[in-house]
Design a protein around this ligand. Structure first.
Ligand code: ACO
Length: 309
């Protein structure tokens, strides 16, 4: 049997590729790259919001935020587990992250300057994440697709809590409304950048679409996000900071301005506002956890010895 033809048939038939199936090296490599970046994003993504846990304005808000940040840790763990089914080593991926050899989402390299940012991240950042990740529930690699189903359910809760928080602030004082608008002004463009570079500059899209790892292109999903978000912004009573944003009846979509792609590449290249801080924080947490890993390894070795007796 021709293994490559069998793989192609599985993908074309919309069946899932499973860990023990034969797969091309490039397919495995692409999946490890994308899933690891995704896992790193979840873990680094705990930092911007974690920043506000100790200063949440009520017990209710603190409980919601704690639950949300814990969810992100869980997402990271499912995703690292998915990379392990492809033969990757979690420790090695963490090393690559803290040495700056693997990427994570650009969005988490922006600071959270006000409490409204917790709401805006829920609404826009998690909203963009859902838009990008719902199609990944149909990605061709089984363990990734299955992880995405649970992750998307939790992301929907995150998005709702963010929108509800902003709705509450918008029905508050003028100062609170101004705080929401200022936050939306800062996060709008970086949220659009989350979908990746324009299709013409996206080095991986064509092959990833052919393998059905990605189910939509970056520009398709960005457009979907804009169309979905404009009516939500109107209902909320905020202005999206793009003078070119307008409904185009002919296309049946909103036209919108061009994100600053130079800024995007700067951030992806490690030169965003908080890249150094995010990675340093992750590295410190890893170093501080060294004794836990050493103790767990010693315990496992002792158990193996005892069982071998
Ligand atoms: N931030 C950082 N790097 C990015 C981003 C971004 N927003 N978008 C693209 N890149 C990188 C790509 O990783 C790629 O670099 P590489 O080849 O060195 O790995 C390069 O820019 C070119 O981009 P593409 O060819 O378009 O990359 P790709 O096909 O992987 O598409 C995308 C990028 C859409 C982000 C895809 O990887 C994806 O859907 N990933 C899963 C979702 C995800 O990771 N979400 C994380 C944020 S959401 C959250 O955690 C709440």
């Amino acid at each position: 049997m021709d293994l490559e033809a069998e793989f192609e048939r599985t993908v074309a038939a919309e069946h899932r590729v499973e860990p023990r199936d034969w797969m091309p090296d490039g397919y495995r490599k692409t999946l490890i790259r994308q899933i690891a970046q995704h896992a790193h994003s979840e873990i680094i993504g705990m930092q911007p919001e974690g920043n506000w846990i100790s200063r949440a304005p009520s017990l209710r808000r603190k409980a919601i935020l704690l639950a949300k940040v814990q969810d992100e840790a869980g997402h990271g763990l499912y995703l690292y587990a998915a990379t392990e089914t492809l033969g990757a080593d979690r420790g090695d991926l963490t090393e690559k992250l803290i040495e700056g050899r693997q990427k994570y989402s650009s969005i988490f390299n922006y600071p959270t300057l006000s409490y409204a940012d917790v709401g805006t991240i829920g609404w826009l950042v998690d909203g963009a994440a859902i838009c990008n990740q719902v199609p990944l529930c149909r990605t061709s690699y089984g363990p990734y697709a299955r992880a995405m189903i649970r992750i998307c359910k939790e992301e929907s809760f995150h998005q709702r809590q963010g929108y509800e928080l902003l709705m509450t602030m918008m029905s508050g004082t003028d100062a609170q409304r101004a705080m929401v608008q200022e936050s939306v002004d800062r996060f709008w463009w970086p949220s659009l950048m989350m979908f990746g570079p324009p299709d013409a500059e996206s080095s991986n899209t064509e092959q990833s679409m052919a393998w059905r790892i990605k189910r939509n292109t970056n520009d398709e999903l960005r457009q979907k996000f804009v169309d979905m978000t404009v009516p939500q912004a109107e209902k909320l009573g905020v202005t999206l900071p793009d003078p070119e944003l307008a409904w185009n009846a002919e296309r049946g979509h909103h036209d919108f301005g061009r994100p600053d792609w130079d800024e995007f590449w700067q951030v992806v290249g490690g030169n965003g506002p908080t890249n150094a801080q995010r990675v340093a924080h992750r590295r410190k947490a890893h170093d501080d956890g060294e004794w836990v890993r050493a103790a767990a390894a010693a315990h496992a070795a002792k158990r193996a010895r005892d069982e071998g007796r």
